[in-house]
Structures are given as C-alpha cells and as structure tokens.
Design a protein around this ligand. Structure first.
Ligand code: FAD
Length: 470
C-alpha cells in the first residue's frame, strides 16, 4: 500500500493522537513528519524558551517512534511546500494531522487541504488539543461566548468529552525519507546558554508522570493553587502546550480519580475550561494577540519607558513579588499563575506600558508560550479582553505578596538580596530600618502609579464602548 504521512505539529505524543491512530488503522505504512515552519506569514515565530522545549520534545518523540521501529522525519521550510514535496518523494496517497486552531494555522491548513485534495490525496484532520472544537460550545443562537461562566456552564452541560485513544500498539513504517538533524536547527541557546538551569523533562512520558504525581495532590489544588512558594499546581502547561499530553487524557484521568469530586479536582477542571475558553476566543477573534478586544483600549495613552520595561524584564523593579516572578520566569521558563497576574498588572497599570510589550516578553521566555492563552490572559489583566478584570481593579503587589506569600518563601527563593529581610518587611523592604543595600528602591511609587493608571483609564472610558474586534 502507498504510505500515509502523519504531520505532527502541536501533538507531540503517541497516545490520544487521533491522526496517528487513524494512520495506524489504515494499514498503510506511515511516514511521521515534523516541519519547522519559521517564516509563515502571520505566525508568531517561536520564542527562545519555546524552542528549547521543542528541541527536547522532538527528540523524545523521535525516540518513541524509534522504539516502534521508525523515526521522525524533520524538514524545515514552508509547510505549504514541504508537505507536498514529502508526499511526492514517498508516493504517499494520504495525509493526516491534528488540527491547530491559531488563525494562521487554520488558513494554512485549509489551503493545504484544498491543494492536496486537488492532487487526489486523501487528507483527514482531527481534534487532539481541545476538549471540544471551538465552534461546539456556543450560545443558544450559535454565537461564540464572550464571558467565561456561561461558556463553562455550557461546556459542562454537554456530554463528556470523548475518551482518549490509546497509543497504537503497532506501527508499520515506510522507508524513512531524508531528514534534517535536530542539532542543525539550533533550537537550543548556546552563547550564553541561558537555559542551563531549566529543570524540565519534556516529552510524553514525563507529561504522564507529571499528571500522575499531580493527581496525588489534586484535592489540595483549590487551596494551594494561589501560593507561589509551594508546588500547588500541576505544571502541565508546557506539556499541554506542545501536545505531549492532551486535555481529554487529563479530563478523564481526573474524572476517574478517587478525589474527582473534591473542590480541588473541580477547580482544576475549571482551569482546563479557561484553556478552552482562550482557544475559542482566539479562533473567533484572530486579532486577539495584536489588538485590544475592547477597542477603547486602542486609544489608551500608554507610556514609553525602556528603562522601566528593562527593569521589569530583569526583575529589578524594587518590588519583591514582581522581581521574584520575573526572575522565576528567566531562570525556569515558567511563572506561577498568581505571579503572572501580579507582574502583568504592574507593567500595564503602575508602569503604564502597553500589554503587548509584556505579551511579547512572555512569548519569548515561557516554555508554555501559547498564542491563545498568552493573548487572552494579557488582555484579561489589561482590562481590554473579553470577560476581563475591570481596569480599575488594580493589584497592589505588596498586599498580594502579603496574602499569597506571607512568609516570603517565594520571594527569598528568587531574590537572594532579600534573604535576611525580616518577614514583616519582606514585601516592602524600603520600609525596613536598614533596607538591603544591593536591592533597588521601587521604580514606581505604588500610589502614584495607581493614580496615573486611573487617570489614563478615565481618558478612554469617556469614549463610547465600541464592539470588540471580531
Ligand atoms: C499574563 C499571563 C500570561 C499567560 N500566558 C500563558 C501562556 O502563554 N501559556 C499558558 O499555557 N498559560 C498562560 N497563562 C495562564 C496560566 O498562568 C498558566 O496556564 C498556568 O500558570 C500554568 O501552570 P500550571 O500548568 O501549573 O497550571 P494549573 O493551575 O495546574 O492549570 C492546569 C492547566 O489549565 C490551563 N490554565 C490554567 N490557568 C489558565 C488560564 N488563566 N488561562 C488559560 N489556561 C489556563 C493550563 O493549560 C494549565 O496547564 C498566562 C497567564 C497570565 C496571567
């Protein structure tokens, strides 16, 4: 039989991979392909931390495929050219992939499908990365939801998401076509190797391990998820982002767990709901990463200050919880969700810097950088998103620190200059009798920054609310 190409993208796993299962069942010999398409128009080119993850995840996938007697074919270039070329080289008559929902990917895949169908290639695509397709959870009038709670209620009101597919037991491989080598892609940082302290194990096996270790603690999730000094969350985000594990696998593992009814399990499933919500927002609002959903914010008088922005990126704002978060991000490629909100809020509100600057920095530094989650959450903090926190609700980073990191464990872990500051001053060391000598004073007076933010907001809130940018 002529081969079938399985085009891997954000589904770097064998289990619950419907495209791979389809290929295995077709009885055709399989060619497993990954294309690094860096210059696609409209695509956000992967940032540095994401590339680090991608390198290791592709290596892990290749190893798994090798254990089945095959391997991963690596090609770099425009997907619209490479896929047809591999089809021609191998004489394939079919291709299968799992859908991506980012606007550029939808456009690319639709065009490719048409092109291949014209050449009599059978193309099948599947959902592997969401619980439901972005158009499946809709209002009674069939419109996309803009507010999370009714979206979540509608999702929960549907029948359970499909059960995950087991990994194919057997795969028959076609002779491996020429492949580039992973090291030639130079996805890893070299000079300097800023990822040297990343303590992650990318890949499907590690993803499954992370899930089962988290499930052991899931009943505490509701109370622990906001404490950045503790490992109270699953840290599954990069695995999910790269499709090393799928949401259906997670959903059903939680549902069949002994503590499935606990507050922790329910709160955790809701976070998967936020992930779905963000994906459907981006799907229906392709401009979400680039322009404010609430168009009033396109008139916001943003400040330009490279000095403040640099201090923020380097974790040198002089505000402990913010600096700890920004250093955790730089050192580990990940940041706790509570602290993502606090750091984002300081940048946008107290410093008055455009949310897009923060969005781009996170894109470059997060191992879980995902277009939908990143854009929707930045707009949520900015107050410009769908169902966003109102702009005038401004996080006070000192109070947030005192509430969620009361003993200062998190701050001390990432900001060693503050190691000896007494607990009562740990979140506002400028008030300590002897402020730490090597830690900067705050770059912004929190009260003044807040007042300036509210003043700026007043200037746009006089503008009539415009419909979202759909
Ligand atoms: C400014 C900002 C930027 C963000 N950028 C990203 C990003 O680029 N990629 C990303 O995956 N998440 C992003 N998030 C959402 C969230 O912070 C991370 O998903 C979460 O911290 C990942 O840690 P975890 O896996 O331990 O989460 P858990 O608490 O264990 O949650 C489980 C899963 O639910 C999903 N999830 C949790 N919170 C959210 C949320 N607020 N929105 C959407 N999905 C969520 C994630 O897939 C996560 O892995 C961002 C949040 C903020 C405030």
């Amino acid at each position: 039989m002529k081969p079938i190409i399985v085009w891997f993208r954000r589904d770097l796993r064998l289990a619950d991979n419907p495209a791979l299962s389809f290929a295995a069942k077709s009885g055709r010999p399989v060619v497993c392909l990954y294309i690094l398409d860096d210059d696609a128009p409209g695509e956000w080119k992967w940032g540095g931390a994401a590339r680090w993850w991608l390198h290791h995840s592709l290596a892990a996938l290749d190893q798994s495929l090798c254990r089945h007697g095959g391997g991963l074919v690596l090609r770099r270039g425009r997907a619209g050219k490479i896929l047809p070329a591999v089809i021609e080289e191998t004489g394939a008559e079919a291709a299968a992939w799992n859908r991506c929902y980012e606007p550029y990917a939808v456009a690319r895949d639709t065009a490719l499908k048409q092109q291949l169908a014209g050449g009599k290639i059978d193309v099948q695509s599947f959902n592997a990365s969401l619980l439901f397709e972005p158009w499946e959870v809709a209002t009674k009038d069939g419109k996309p939801f803009r507010v999370f709670t009714p979206f979540w209620n509608a999702l929960r009101g549907k029948s359970e998401p499909g059960k995950p597919h087991p990994a194919p037991r057997k795969l028959a491989f076609h002779a491996k076509p020429e492949s580039e080598t992973l090291s030639d892609w130079k996805l890893l940082p070299a000079k300097p190797n800023w990822a040297k302290n990343f303590d992650w194990t990318p890949g499907e096996t590690a993803a499954r391990r992370a899930l089962s270790s988290f499930l052991g603690d899931i009943s505490h999730y509701a109370t622990m998820r906001d404490i950045p000094g503790r490992d109270g969350t699953s840290q599954l985000s990069p695995h999910l982002n790269w499709g090393e594990i799928g949401p259906r696998q997670i959903w059903h593992a939680v549902k069949s767990h002994a503590h499935a009814r606990s507050d922790g399990a329910q709160a955790f499933l809701k976070e998967l709901g936020w992930r779905e919500f963000c994906s459907q927002l981006l799907f229906h609002n392709p401009n979400l990463p680039d322009s404010a959903f609430d168009a009033r914010f396109n008139h916001f008088p943003w400040r330009r200050s490279e000095k403040d922005f640099t201090a923020w990126t380097r974790g040198r704002t002089g505000i402990p919880i913010v600096d700890a978060g920004m250093r955790q991000l730089w050192q580990t490629g990940w940041m706790h969700n509570r602290v993502r909100m606090i750091t984002a809020s300081l940048l946008i509100k107290h410093l008055g810097i455009h949310w897009k600057r923060g969005e781009e920095w996170f894109w470059d530094t997060l191992v879980d950088a995902g277009l939908a989650n990143n854009a929707a959450n930045w707009q949520w903090v900015a107050g410009s998103g769908a169902d966003a926190a109102p702009f005038f609700r401004i996080f006070n980073p000192v109070l947030q620190g005192q509430k969620f990191d009361p003993g200062g464990d998190y701050v001390r872990r990432y900001v060693p200059e503050l190691k000896n500051v007494p607990d009562r001053y740990i979140h506002h060391p400028w008030d300590a009798p002897t402020p730490p000598p090597d830690y900067p004073p705050p770059i912004v007076d929190l009260d003044q920054g807040r007042m300036r933010a509210l003043e700026s907001f007043r200037s746009i809130s006089k503008v009539e609310a415009l419909p979202g940018d759909i």
